[in-house]
Design a protein around this ligand. Structure first.
Ligand code: CU
Length: 117
């Protein structure tokens, strides 16, 4: 009956490692809605070296979130929310905008990412 103990032990170890794996990157998700002609929220604050997930949702037409200095350039199609991850490594204010022409107010669709220590 020794082998049963081995199996039980193996199962216990397997369960524990799964729990540890799940607990690892506790990531925060920020939902950002794009619509003619603004992002909501239009500003977010992140921490340096902390990975967050951005969930991007369009409420009307195709937009894009473009923040060149953070290497973000993500198209956002209506009815197709998309998630990206960002890990800023530099403190500062990073300016972005809509990267997909969406009408007359397209130029006013600005976005700012504040990165703090
Ligand atoms: Cu737009």
């Amino acid at each position: 009956m020794k082998w049963i103990k081995c199996i039980v032990l193996a199962l216990l170890l397997a369960t524990q490692s799964i729990t540890i794996a799940q607990a690892q990157p506790a990531q925060k998700t920020i939902e950002i809605h794009a619509h003619r002609f603004s992002f909501e929220p239009a500003e977010i604050t992140l921490k340096r070296n902390e990975t967050v997930r951005l969930r991007l949702v369009s409420e009307d037409v195709t937009h894009a979130l473009l923040v060149p200095d953070l290497n973000i350039n993500q198209e956002i199609k209506k009815g197709n929310p998309v998630e990206i991850e960002v890990t800023p490594t530099t403190v500062g204010d990073f300016h972005g905008q809509c990267g997909h022409f969406c009408g007359n107010g397209h130029g006013s669709m600005t976005f700012v990412v504040h990165v703090e220590e």
